[in-house]
Design a protein around this ligand. Structure first.
Ligand code: ZN
Length: 159
């Protein structure tokens, strides 16, 4: 069975940046996901369509098909005093920030004497993502999985 809309697909993957640094991987257990529901980035779903269990692919996904380009307006400086309750503030820390549009994750990119720079871009925005993927299994989704929009079972969701 090849991968199509509403397949439940298990994959092992390694994600690297342009320099070959490993950013993420599936680990011991393959990741299980429901195909065609936006659970993976668009560029990777497109490459996996039509593949079969046992296939290995090596794909570079441009930012527009991954986490988008970086948006400079999402970077801002705030007074350090606004974050005074956070101990040991360091570049690279991820924080939850509240704004008019709700709570979202930001990354601390700079810590100066009086100001802190926060970046609300996705950490992988603007990056070309290099995936090594092995398809380990393909099956049809159950009605529950289609209803929930995600895969159940090992490597997927508990409910
Ligand atoms: Zn579910």
């Amino acid at each position: 069975m090849s991968i199509h809309q509403n397949s439940v697909v298990a994959i092992h993957y390694t994600l690297k940046d342009d320099a070959g640094t490993v950013l993420d991987s599936s680990g011991d257990e393959p990741l299980s996901y429901l195909h065609g529901h936006g659970n993976l980035i668009p560029g990777l779903e497109r490459e996996l369509t039509g593949r079969d269990a046992g296939d290995r692919i090596n794909v570079a996904v441009a930012p527009r098909d991954a986490y988008g380009e970086r948006d400079g307006t999402l970077v801002r400086e705030v007074p350090r005093s606004a974050l005074s309750e956070i101990e040991d503030l360091q570049p690279g820390m991820r924080l939850q920030a509240e704004s008019n549009s709700g709570v979202h994750a930001v990354t601390v990119t700079q810590v100066a004497d009086d100001t802190v720079t926060l970046d609300a871009n996705h950490p992988l925005a603007g990056m070309t993502l290099h995936f090594d993927v092995e398809v380990t299994s393909v099956r049809d989704a159950s009605p529950d999985e289609l209803w929930h929009g995600h895969a159940h079972g090992p490597g997927g969701h508990d409910h």
